[in-house]
Design a protein. Structure first.
Lengths: 249, 249
């Protein structure tokens, strides 16, 4: 998949390369790296840090030989907290002072949900997962602050416990849901208008289940007016070489 | 317990305040804080970071109202990688540029072992847990490097699986053992001469079981010649207000 993305393929990564861990990317100037690493420590459910690069080095122990500037399907470029570009190759936007953080992604435990016979709607529908900003603030760290972002999967009421149990075994990729059933309690006005990704159908007998999402650092980039950042585009993740089992407890 | 330690009581903390989380302390100059936080991210089994203070602020969200300079039973003061003092009160040694890290401690899951009827030898014997430097190096982070330190508990062969299962549920306080049964494979020449703490008897039918230990950052202070640090004395932990269940998965 990394080779195809490097060659120009652009698509969401849910359901691709099942069995290996996927990761969110956020690369920030060195001067902001302490704030980001501490933001991850203080908010481990939305921001579980799987690896941190050395400054300016676009590589990771999670996938030796991969290039973080080219091997994701789609990138977002941010200046002063504003989205300024979306590109399939971030080489021109890369800087020598950037520290790259790879953050766990809930796509990782979808393999376990599917294996248990739980439909993952956005995979079945062939679209991106719906993601929403919430009314819950993360614990600030230095200059970084912002709200929790969640992903949503509709789960049949009689499988909610299974979905919790299965995802809870993967705390490094967001773990158990943060909320079950009531979008309004999270400040989400309408499920059919996600802030990121695509809407999916919630069928009768299903509950919307919300997991912490690795787009949360992008919300912090906006709220905190970070001077410069490169991130993945929501749902367009970095596919690592690490088997899911590494993060199973 | 914190009040008694503040008043001058000095003793190891294993078995005290059962049901709440205990923590290792390492306070480093701000200039070294990035290295330490990254060392924790890269070595989460020995160095699971539970909280990080703001520079110069000797308090923690893990125990509102506590003073990290006085509320541990015994402290170690380090200069240029050498142990220079051991004191029951670190107020005079505190500096405004110190960032305090609280790191998970295996004493936390001993409550679960005891509840399952597994004898915790150092608690029964009323002594400190034995701890050993190993031949395994941690993954370096910036200027920090050093070997893994482990704690050891003798476990009856027919309860080893239970001890693994119970401790594995607490990854934030070192989780499952790193090794079962063979001290030589970890480079430990003699179980009766621990590098820290007290020796305990390993009885016939028992295996020595080794868990990653929060003294590992102190080994890094030595190996990396950190210019200044304040830590807890091994086995003399910070008792938090956080119930063990917070860290159970």
């Amino acid at each position: 998949m990394r080779k195809e993305f490097r060659a120009g393929l652009v698509c969401p990564t849910a359901g691709l390369a099942p069995g290996v861990t996927q990761a969110n990317l956020i690369a920030l100037p060195r001067d902001w790296a302490w704030d980001m690493l501490l933001y991850g420590q203080r908010n481990p459910q939305p921001c579980p840090v799987l690896d941190v690069s050395d400054p300016g080095v676009p590589s990771t122990v999670l996938a030796p030989g991969a290039d973080l500037r080219t091997d994701l399907p789609l990138y977002r470029i941010w200046r002063d907290g504003a989205l300024v570009d979306e590109v399939p190759d971030a080489t021109a936007a890369w800087r020598d002072d950037l520290v790259a953080f790879l953050i766990g992604c809930s796509f990782t435990f979808e393999t376990g949900l599917l294996a248990a016979g739980i439909d993952v709607r956005h995979v079945t529908a062939g679209c991106n997962v719906p993601m929403y900003r919430t009314n819950r603030n993360c614990r600030p760290a230095g200059r970084l602050h912002g709200e929790l972002v969640v992903s949503m999967r509709p789960i049949p009421a009689d499988r909610v416990a299974d979905a919790v149990r299965i995802s809870a075994r993967y705390p490094a990729v967001h773990g158990a849901p943060v909320h079950v059933g009531d979008p309004a309690a999270l400040g989400i006005p309408a499920l059919d208008r996600p802030d990121y990704g695509d809407p999916v159908e919630v069928r009768p007998g299903e509950l919307p289940v919300f997991w912490a999402c690795g787009v949360t650092p992008q919300a912090a980039v906006v709220a905190s007016a970070v001077p410069y950042a490169i991130t993945h585009a929501p749902g367009h993740m970095f596919v690592t070489d690490v088997p899911d089992s590494r993060y199973q407890v």
